[in-house]
Ligand binder design. Structure first.
Ligand code: CAA
Length: 713
């Protein structure tokens, strides 16, 4: 064994040299790994007793890509492409022995090897577009030479992964290795040597390219498809340009073109936002002072309430292999809820998302009950009954009587005071908010709401449960609306005012969609049903002139065929596609007249600023109150829960990228024109004065926790 450097070692097995990369956590191609690889390849290549070389990785995965932490810093030689060139030009066969997730630069390096073998569970892909870039080390040039042009376009532009079996079928992998990977790969290497197999260089292959050459229509079709699907993203289009270069240019010139394209992408705002978000998402899993790692998996849970939310939550748990007791005191509601769950699973099976036996297995995990006492064996209880404090308190008093001493008592409330609900139990330290988003079995976001009294171990276990359900759990403090809905309210309020002051629903929605949201505010309201907000407003004694009027007219949204927009089952754009309704626009004009509001033209920029800057201001207040731990957490919530376009990094990153002084100044102008509601938050004022950013601001601890600590002291 010879140690090349801290990350790379070279060992010998008879005439085969094995280069092992050991650079946790994911063997990314950091500078040290690149240096070590070049040295090891040179050393093994020059050794006359070596007949073939394996490249393998220690730990959980083969190389998972370039080291993203090095992006945006001055590049250090050797670059990844130089490492790959050294491998490809080596006079001895080099075989990649792959396991885990072979991604980005990792797959590009494997494509530079002469042969590739993989463990059966390996997954392979070029996910660079997720980071706003394109493969930059020959991936766009080599992958189409192996799997064909159309397949390469699909894989690279959608960042999709292949299983080892699919990779084998596509010719990307030469053999699958059952059992010990290195032993199996050594056997493969010996066969290559014994049979005197050729040194296969992907760069020399062009059988797939010739068919695509002189066929510009293929690329135009791909561009149109990408433009439709990845609204506003530039990286997938750049990837198509690079693949087209692979088809039409000699290899070296194609590589050069790829380099130019990747250089432009790396410095783009989209890539900066996407890279920021990659780390923000991972940081959101970490809670200062709390170990969120080694927590035992939940086996038994109970969900109370078999309505839409309760059913979706039960499905999320069953999907994670957790046995769930679904409790509803009303037998008919329970029956109905179970029926909907079954129908949802069967629909998934019909679409090919699961097998019939999966459906049976999931259903077998969900045990119906009409008795609250049946929570007794659950490690986690999630209450999802109607939003009413007294009802929830009575449920919690009852749960408290039957639940295990160590059970997590979760409430799925989105509007009520969790401290108040917890006060109905003798163990408020076990009570936590688990705010799922609808449909709960689909949406990734989970707001984990910690009160001032929730214990650290309950926080850690709730976060772990979120991950067990493959959700993105984000810890927040208590306040009206928590983080997500509180910011949403700021936007809804603006949207309502804008239509009274000069805009129309279609314009507001278009501005949001142009920004990258999948849907506008008004179409979203129609989809959710306008009666939900109507009921809450009536309870709270609030009014929304246009929305109330629409509800009074029976225009409750999509389900009624009309809301802010009209819906028509025969619409060629789709039954759910909104159609502008002149009746609504007339109603809005009338409402403005009734309120003596002088309408004025609003351009798209003004509407965008009016919608987004108050959201940022509200988020700044959330941060300054310590309801969120970090700006990144707010971004994760808005991207996973509310469709904020990922390539804009979330509201906080977007604000940082525009400049906080600019946002503060604009809010001051709105404050002057429209009143106090626009007054910039104190934190925004301070950071704007200091030239600071939200990303650089840390609250340290949630307010509720800080307050509890202060009380305890
Ligand atoms: N560079 C640097 N750090 C990375 C990394 C990378 N490429 N990939 C993962 N990490 C870090 C994460 O930040 C995380 O660090 P912390 O523990 O400090 O938070 C740690 O590795 C573990 O990552 P995950 O929590 O994501 O672990 P996981 O097991 O759930 O997932 C993974 C592992 C599938 C590899 C996932 O991390 C992932 O998808 N990584 C990104 C892969 C990628 O995009 N590669 C392409 C890079 S771009 C490229 O290669 C450009 C090119 O053309 C040369």
């Amino acid at each position: 064994m010879s140690t090349i450097n801290a990350s790379v070692a070279l060992t010998r097995h008879d005439s085969i040299a094995v280069i092992t990369i050991d650079s946790p956590p994911v063997n990314a191609l950091s500078h040290g790994v690149r240096e070590g690889l070049v040295q090891a390849v040179a050393q093994a290549g020059q050794d006359s007793t070596v007949r073939a070389i394996l490249i393998a990785c220690a730990g959980t995965t083969f190389i998972a890509g370039a080291d993203i932490t090095e992006f945006g810093k001055p590049p250090k030689d050797p670059r990844i492409s130089a490492v790959i060139a050294a491998i490809e030009d080596c006079p001895k066969p080099i075989i990649a022995a792959m396991h885990g997730t072979v991604l980005g630069g990792g797959l590009e390096l494997a494509l530079g090897c002469h042969y590739r073998v993989a463990a059966p569970a390996t997954r392979l892909g070029l996910p660079e577009v997720n980071l706003g870039i394109i493969p930059g080390a020959g991936g766009t040039q080599r992958l189409p030479r192996v799997v064909g042009v159309e397949r390469a376009i699909e894989l690279i532009t959608t960042a999709s992964q292949l299983s080892a079996k699919q990779a084998l079928e596509a010719g990307l992998v030469d053999a699958l290795i059952d059992g010990d990977l290195v032993q199996g790969a050594l056997q493969f290497a010996r066969r290559v040597v014994d049979e005197n197999k050729a040194l296969l260089r992907v760069r020399d292959r062009d059988e797939h390219l010739v068919t695509a050459r002189g066929n510009p229509a293929l690329f135009e079709k791909a561009r149109a498809a990408v433009a439709r699907k990845s609204r506003g993203l530039t990286a997938p289009l750049a990837a198509i340009d690079a693949i087209e270069a692979a088809v039409n240019l000699p290899f070296e010139q194609g590589l050069q073109r790829e380099r130019e394209l990747v250089t432009a992408q790396v410095s783009s705002d989209q890539s900066k936002a996407l890279r920021y978000f990659f780390f923000a998402e991972r940081e959101s899993a970490k809670i200062p002072g709390i170990q969120t790692g080694d927590v035992a998996k939940v086996q038994q849970a109970a969900v109370i309430g078999a309505g839409t939310m309760g059913g979706g939550i039960a499905m999320s748990l069953a999907n994670a292999g957790v046995a769930v007791t679904l409790i509803d005191l009303n037998p008919e509601a329970l029956e109905r809820g179970l029926g909907i769950i079954r129908k949802n699973y069967e629909n998934t099976a019909r679409r090919g998302g699961m097998t019939e036996s999966d459906v049976s297995a999931r259903m077998a995990l969900i045990r119906p009950s009409t008795k609250l006492a049946d929570v007794s064996s659950a490690e986690v209880i999630v209450e999802a009954v109607f939003e009413n404090t007294e009802l929830k308190k009575s449920v919690f008093t009852e749960i408290d009587r039957h639940a295990r001493a160590d059970a997590i008592l979760g409430t799925n409330t989105s509007t009520l005071d969790i401290d108040e609900i917890a006060s109905a139990t003798a163990r408020p330290e076990s009570v936590i908010g688990l705010h799922f988003f609808s449909p709960a079995n689909v949406m990734k976001l989970l707001e984990v709401v910690r009160t001032g009294r929730t214990s650290e171990s309950v926080v850690a276990r709730a976060m772990a449960l979120g991950r067990q359900m493959r959700k993105v759990p984000v810890l927040v403090g208590t306040c009206d609306g928590f983080v997500g809905n509180r910011i949403l309210r700021a936007r809804s309020k603006q949207a309502e005012q804008i239509i009274m002051q000069g805009g129309f629903p279609e314009q507001v929605d278009r501005v949001l969609q142009d920004f990258g949201f999948p849907m506008g505010v008004f179409a979203m309201g129609d989809m959710a049903g306008l009666d939900i907000g109507w009921r809450i407003r009536k309870e709270r004694g609030l009014k929304s002139i246009v929305a109330d009027k629409l509800c009074e007219m029976g225009r409750l949204g999509q389900k009624a065929g009309a809301g802010y927009f009209r819906y028509d089952p025969a619409n060629p754009e789709g039954a759910r596609a909104p159609i502008v309704d002149p009746i609504v626009n007339e109603l809005i004009l009338q409402a403005s007249r009734d309120q003596n509001i002088e309408r004025r033209d609003m351009d798209d920029v003004l509407i965008r600023e009016r919608l987004l800057y108050p959201m940022i201001n509200e988020a700044a207040k959330i941060l300054e109150e310590g309801v969120a731990l970090r700006a990144g957490d707010i971004d994760v919530i808005w991207i996973y829960g509310y469709g904020w376009p990922r390539h804009r990094g979330g509201p906080m990153h977007y604000a940082d990228s525009i400049g906080l002084a600019k946002i503060r100044d604009r809010l001051r102008e709105f404050e002057r024109d429209h009143g106090d509601a626009f007054k910039p938050a104190a934190l925004l004022e301070r950071l704007a004065d200091e030239g600071g950013t939200f990303a650089g601001h840390r609250t340290g601890a949630l307010q509720a926790t800080a307050a509890a600590t202060a009380v305890a002291a």
